[in-house]
Design a protein around this ligand. Structure first.
Ligand code: KIV
Length: 276
């Protein structure tokens, strides 16, 4: 049996903090985020300089082969957060609260968030609009940084009628913006916008003092996130907003560095190719 160790480079960077991420947003320095689910990829992402490592419940689809994120459990999430925390040194680790682990009450959300924080997350992410504000405030007041998630919220994919762009008409756009402000006012320290028209995402990112990270939300967010497997060209039918960074790269670490460079210099996402 061969033993695989998590090799590290000797170069190091300072651990990311919430304050630093906020400053990056304020100063227009793009924030990079990729999903990570295990210690080896966490180490690769960390060494490539990825700012935020998201232990996304997308693991239900890319690791477990499920059709949606709905079947993912809190135990699944805690296991993968622990793995990522072991491989990471300086990245900001975000753990997704899975479906059914926070919707019941703010107390239930606190218990679930505590599990992920004790597993090594620096922040938890939850999906949903206005109805989550009470929970966001409750967690924030208790020392748990929270990232909101609006637009296409995958845990609600059945209610939303599929993987489709959100906030397209004026009424839906105004509501989405209202929810973004409500989350920030409740103390959310970051917001992910998924599958949202670029102009709407741009105006939300401009109006909020917290980092707004886009996925299929155009180039004018504070930063970009991709599912790692998508960024490495492993999706059979990639969405419009995905770019395969492995193509033309000299290995995975190089592909991840190209993602970092492309987000930082603003060349990804391309307004013509990757946006709505
Ligand atoms: O679970 C996940 O990977 C996510 C990203 C798509 C933002 O929430």
């Amino acid at each position: 049996m061969s033993v695989i160790t998590v090799h590290r480079s000797t170069t190091s960077r300072k651990p990311l903090t919430l304050q630093r991420l906020r400053t990056m947003h304020a100063q227009g320095e793009k924030i990079t985020m990729l999903t990570a689910y295990d210690a080896t990829f966490a180490r690769v992402l960390d060494e490539a300089g990825v700012d935020c490592l998201l232990v996304g419940d997308s693991l239900g689809m890319v690791l477990q082969g499920q059709a949606t994120t709905v079947p993912v459990t809190l135990e699944d999430m805690a296991y993968h957060v622990r793995c990522v925390a072991r491989g990471n040194r300086a990245g900001w680790v975000i753990g997704d609260l899975p479906f059914g682990s926070y919707q019941e009450s703010k107390e239930q959300a606190l218990r679930s968030a505590a599990v992920l924080m004790q597993a090594g997350a620096h922040m938890v992410k939850l999906e949903g609009g206005g109805w989550t504000t009470e929970t966001v405030r409750f967690l924030t007041e208790r020392g748990i940084p929270v990232c909101g998630h609006l637009g296409l919220t995958p845990q609600s994919v059945h209610a939303l009628g599929g993987w489709r762009v959100q906030g397209r008409d004026d009424k839906a756009a105004a509501l989405l913006k209202e929810h973004a402000h409500a989350l920030a006012d409740a103390g959310a320290a970051m917001l992910v916008l998924e599958l949202v028209p670029s102009p709407l995402a741009a105006s939300i990112a401009k109006e909020l003092a917290i980092p707004v990270i886009g996925i299929g939300a155009g180039p004018d967010c504070s930063g970009q996130v991709l599912v790692l497997h998508d960024a490495l060209g492993l999706h059979e039918k990639p969405a419009r907003f995905v770019r395969d960074f492995l193509q033309g790269s000299n290995g995975i670490a190089h592909a991840v560095r190209r993602f970092v460079d492309a987000v930082k210099d603003g060349s990804f996402p391309d307004p013509e190719l990757h946006t709505y």
